[in-house]
Design a protein around this ligand. Structure first.
Ligand SMILES: *Cc1c(COP(=O)(O)O)cnc(C)c1O
Length: 390
């Protein structure tokens, strides 16, 4: 079983609630709005838009900015593919900025430098890696001064906080934040995503874009003559005002989301305890290093990552992972640096500017973290790893 296996119990509870709601309601009902309000309230944002996935959310967020084609979007090489693929979907150019090896997020210094030196970077997608927030205050000042938008990829960070104690997603230092409710994330809707923002213009645009580009709320009509009879808006009338998508979440998924959100804080506090316990267990383990320890009290703890100096060990990462799997311990590598992927290689990306990301990739290992893991299992993981890495 991998580190995410225990998600199924939470999902089962949520499915029961979802099933009850589905039997009672029509396919288009009030659950989406309830879910959106719950997320907006949870993270302290004005608006939330539920979409079919975080990938869809990143795509729409970039489209909503209406950037010039081929504008550059700076993001982290250490992320899931969606962070930069979204830029490609939107006809924009990803630019990878190296990570800070302590935080695993894009280096603030290098990002500031890139923004100041380049006029082609028009958006920034910082990724809150493993749930530990990329600090945005300074970045946002520099970005604002140069007209660069910020979209936070918070797929790992629902329920997490910045070091100043504010919740990730309140968009105090960004234009939009995107969350994922994919089954491997802390709370899930089966599949799903949410974009939060404080800007009404973006909120309205996102609502249209997720539903074929059709006018929503009280959007002004392009053709009021066709739209009205005797001064009243025709009940059937709608306008496709731009090219949108079908990126909606369903009612049943929203119902799962509402019930799952209620458990978020409990899940995170359990995950935090487990992460802190790993920190203690691995503290004196030679050649094995806990990371992101500075953020334990604020991180959403999506995953727990160790760095292991495999060059000094007699066992390869592949062999270690294989043996651990035989012992019932699922591990993973998060992530292969995106520009090393064949598709990105074919686009001409090189790795010369991301040495920290490459070094991180060679040494990282994600070990099991989920709310139901016991201290005893953690000790067993330590024991197995001690034996294999001796
Ligand atoms: C999971 C993930 C996504 C994509 O989420 P989906 O909801 O599956 O589209 C994007 N970015 C990061 C960092 C992720 O981990």
């Amino acid at each position: 079983m991998n580190s995410y296996g225990k998600q199924s119990t939470n999902l089962r509870d949520a499915l029961v609630v979802g099933w009850q709601v589905w039997r009672k309601s029509l396919t288009q009902g009030p659950k989406i709005q309830e879910f959106e309000s719950a997320v907006a309230k949870k993270v302290g944002a004005k608006y939330a838009v539920a979409v079919s996935s975080a990938t869809a959310g990143l795509h729409l967020a970039l489209l909503a900015l209406e950037l010039e084609p081929n504008s550059e979007v700076a993001t982290s090489p250490i992320s899931f593919l969606s962070s930069s693929n979204a830029a490609l979907y939107a006809g924009l150019k990803p630019r990878f900025i190296d990570i800070d090896p302590e935080t695993l997020n894009i280096s603030i210094t290098k990002t500031l430098q890139a923004i100041s030196e380049s006029d082609s970077i028009k958006a920034l997608i910082p990724v809150h890696m493993a749930g530990s927030a990329c600090e945005l205050e300074e970045l946002s000042k520099a970005a604002k001064a140069k007209g660069v938008a910020i979209i936070e990829d918070a797929a790992h960070a629902l329920g997490g906080h910045y070091s100043n104690g504010q919740p990730v997603g309140n968009c105090a230092f960004s234009d939009m934040t995107v969350f994922s409710f994919h089954p491997v994330k802390s709370v899930t809707t089966g599949e799903g995503g949410v974009i939060t923002t404080n800007r009404e213009d973006l909120y309205r645009k996102l609502l249209r874009l997720r539903s074929h580009g059709i006018n929503q709320l009280d959007d002004p009509l392009v053709d009021p003559i066709l739209g009205f009879t005797d001064g009243k808006k025709n009940l059937w009338y709608h306008e496709m005002q731009e090219l949108g998508f079908h990126y909606r979440l369903s009612e049943i998924q929203a119902a799962l989301g509402v019930s799952q959100l209620k458990k978020l804080d409990k899940f995170i506090s359990k995950r935090r305890k487990i992460a802190k316990n790993y920190d203690l267990l691995f503290k004196d383990f030679p050649g094995v290093y806990p990371i992101q320890t500075h953020a334990r009290d604020v991180s959403a703890h999506h995953i727990y990552i160790l760095r292991i100096d495999f060059s000094k060990k007699s066992i390869s990462r592949h062999e270690l992972m294989t043996r651990l799997r035989s012992a019932g311990i699922g591990t993973q590598v998060h992530y292969r640096p995106i520009p090393t992927q064949p598709y990105y290689q074919a686009l001409g990306y090189t790795m010369s500017n991301i040495p920290e990301a490459l070094d991180y990739y060679a040494t990282c290992l994600t070990i099991p973290l989920h709310p139901k893991i016991t201290k005893r299992k953690q000790r067993r993981i330590l024991r197995e790893m001690c034996q294999l890495l001796a």
